[in-house]
Design a protein. Structure first.
Length: 591
């Protein structure tokens, strides 16, 4: 035991004499600079995320090699030579060596500790797991100098939101709400506060052609605005789908959101897309968003063109199915024409890519409102939400299927999430109003109808919902506002209804409205179930039953709602004809 300190002292002297610690200090400082440079350069070179970790491990391994080489060799005026044993050393160490050795020791310790803390312990940005659970991807800034490429920039924005939506650990604000902030003169903290999100993603597109260049940064406003992460990307257009995956993985990593094995697998998939096909696909989405008959026909042309150029890519097939579904719902195409096109293209889309969430969403819509197959509809909605839990439209329409099945509590929960994901979408608010009404929360339903109309004063759907909600809440002003917007009556007819409302009440006013609709029906097609709603609310029970039977006969897509609380068909529940329809449709029989 007595000579143990002597051995340590001798070893320590050898470390000093052989300049091991000084070599380690120089190596640690150099490694620190290399690693920090890599965190900036590697993302710009589009190297995979694990490349920085690999570099770190190689640098740690290099530290051990440095110690070994410094112990064995020394750099002298005569070049690199093998270090002599202590016994063969002739000249004594210089007086200054002690100070140099101490300085090297201190620098070595400080740099190594800094290297470990800065690169291994994740405290530099003070972001911990769970700090960021929601974000909004703001509309991309088009810095290409070409305004004609705006459709492409908009499509990239929607695609990245869709890609990030697959991360279940994040609430990602939907495209419709995000687009409300395009050109808005609001600061990042103001936007984050309005949307109740923890972080904001800003993107600038610098070049668009065969190569895409863009800059991204993630900013958190709490407790003060600061940048969490930023990166530059330069990628061939054919690799753009892989670029979205890479950006999604990188952002999830930077905000400390752990990906599930399934999410990792999907985001690690590689897909090269034909550049011209991708252009056509984005143009198809651009025209699909406009929802007019001419624009929907243009969307079909572009989706068809994308398929010609890349027939093994699923999204254009899904886009065609969506367009035909919309055209059928809006009366632009007969069901016997739209139906085969919907099923053919959906089948092909799912065959090519069973994990494309949009195809399952469309399949769910068709299964529920075209085929009246509730089990299929629910399975497809659940699959769509499994693949993209941040899709507000899947959630709100799933909520509608749930009210058809009289599972109101589940429906309200799905609707609440949809509102959180897309709080500036008038359609989501209007659809959620129907869900709340079905749960007998009519005043809350009115709040969301009014919100929908404030967001889109020209929303036909929101005004239609307001007609029924205002009747149930006894809001005469809202009732007149709704029917004035929805129906093409003469001004004297509106005045007569309004006088009846003031003198006799809202039920008599709706009766008079129905009398004018019966005249209008001679020249216009009216939705049978909507007419049944008005008859039942004015206590015209037999007429209501007549129109329900007519709705079933013509396959009115509103028939699935007949047992929901929104319809208020309680007086018909004991009618054998109504019961037969419910049994035929395999809907739950109301008590």
């Amino acid at each position: 035991m007595t000579d143990h300190p002597g051995k340590l002292s001798r070893f320590w002297k050898e470390l000093r004499r052989r300049n091991v610690l000084r070599s380690l200090a120089v190596y640690a400082g150099t490694a620190f600079v290399i690693l920090e440079a890599a965190t900036i350069i590697f993302p710009r070179w589009n190297l995979p995320d694990w490349s920085i970790d690999l570099l770190l491990y190689l640098l740690i391994l290099g530290s051990f090699i440095t110690v070994i080489l410094a112990w064995i060799f020394d750099i002298t005026p005569q070049g690199v030579q093998k270090t002599k044993p202590l016994e063969e050393e002739i000249q004594p160490a210089k007086q200054g060596d002690s100070r140099i050795w101490k300085a090297a020791t201190y620098v070595s310790v400080v740099i190594i500790v800094a290297l470990v803390i800065y690169n291994i312990a994740p405290i530099r940005d003070a972001i911990k797991e769970g700090d960021i659970q929601s974000l909004v991807v703001l509309p991309f800034d088009n810095f290409t100098g070409d305004e004609q490429l705006e459709y492409f920039v908009s499509g990239m924005h929607a695609s990245l939101i869709g890609d990030m939506g697959r991360v279940g650990g994040l609430r990602v604000t939907s495209k419709t709400t995000s687009n409300k902030y395009k050109g808005a003169n609001l600061s990042i903290p103001e936007i984050a506060e309005e949307l109740a999100v923890d972080a904001v993603v800003e993107t600038q597109v610098m070049c668009l052609g065969d190569t895409i260049c863009m800059q991204l940064r993630v900013v958190t406003p709490y407790p003060e605005e600061r940048e969490i992460w930023s990166a530059d990307y330069r990628q061939e257009k054919s690799q753009i789908l892989n670029l979205y995956n890479r950006v999604t993985r990188q952002i999830a990593q930077e905000v400390k959101v752990k990906l599930t094995p399934g999410e990792e697998r999907v985001l690690n998939q590689s897909r090269i897309v034909n550049k011209e096909a991708y252009d056509d696909y984005l143009m198809g989405l651009f025209y699909w968003d406009k929802l007019g008959q001419e624009s929907l026909e243009k969307a079909l042309e572009y989706f068809d063109s994308a398929i010609e150029k890349d027939p093994q890519w699923a999204p254009p097939y899904s886009g065609i199915a969506n367009v035909w579904t919309g055209m059928a719902q809006m009366g632009f195409a007969a069901p016997e024409i739209a139906g085969p096109m919907i099923f053919e293209n959906l089948s092909k889309a799912l065959e090519l890519d069973p994990e494309f969430a949009a195809s399952h969403y469309t399949q769910a819509l068709v299964g529920t409102w075209v085929e009246w197959n509730w089990e299929k509809g629910e399975q497809e909605f659940q699959r769509a939400l499994e693949l993209n839990p941040n899709d507000a439209m899947s959630r709100i329409y799933y909520a509608h299927l749930l009210i058809d099945l009289r599972r109101n509590d589940e429906a309200v929960r799905q609707g609440e999430v949809a509102i959180e994901l897309d709080p500036m979408n008038p359609l989501v608010h209007g659809l959620y109003a129907v869900v709340l009404a079905a749960a007998d929360r009519w005043e809350d339903a009115m709040d969301h109808v009014e919100k929908a109309i404030s967001l889109d004063p020209a929303s036909f759907f929101a005004h239609h919902v307001m007609e029924m909600v205002s009747f149930e809440t006894g809001n005469g002003d809202a009732f007149m506002k709704a029917i004035r917007f929805v129906f093409p009556f003469q001004e004297e007819q509106f005045q007569s209804i309004e006088n009846t409302l003031k003198e006799k009440g809202i039920t008599e006013a709706m009766k008079e409205q129905i009398s004018y609709l019966e005249i209008l029906e001679e020249s216009h097609i009216l939705v049978p179930i909507h007419m049944a709603n008005r008859y039942i609310r004015t206590n015209q029970i037999e007429k209501a039953m007549e129109y329900i039977l007519k709705g079933v006969e013509v396959h009115d897509q509103n028939v699935p709602y007949i047992v929901s609380g929104f319809m208020k068909y309680d007086p018909l529940f004991g009618d054998p004809r109504f019961q037969a329809i419910v049994e035929q449709l395999k809907l739950p029989m109301p008590q």
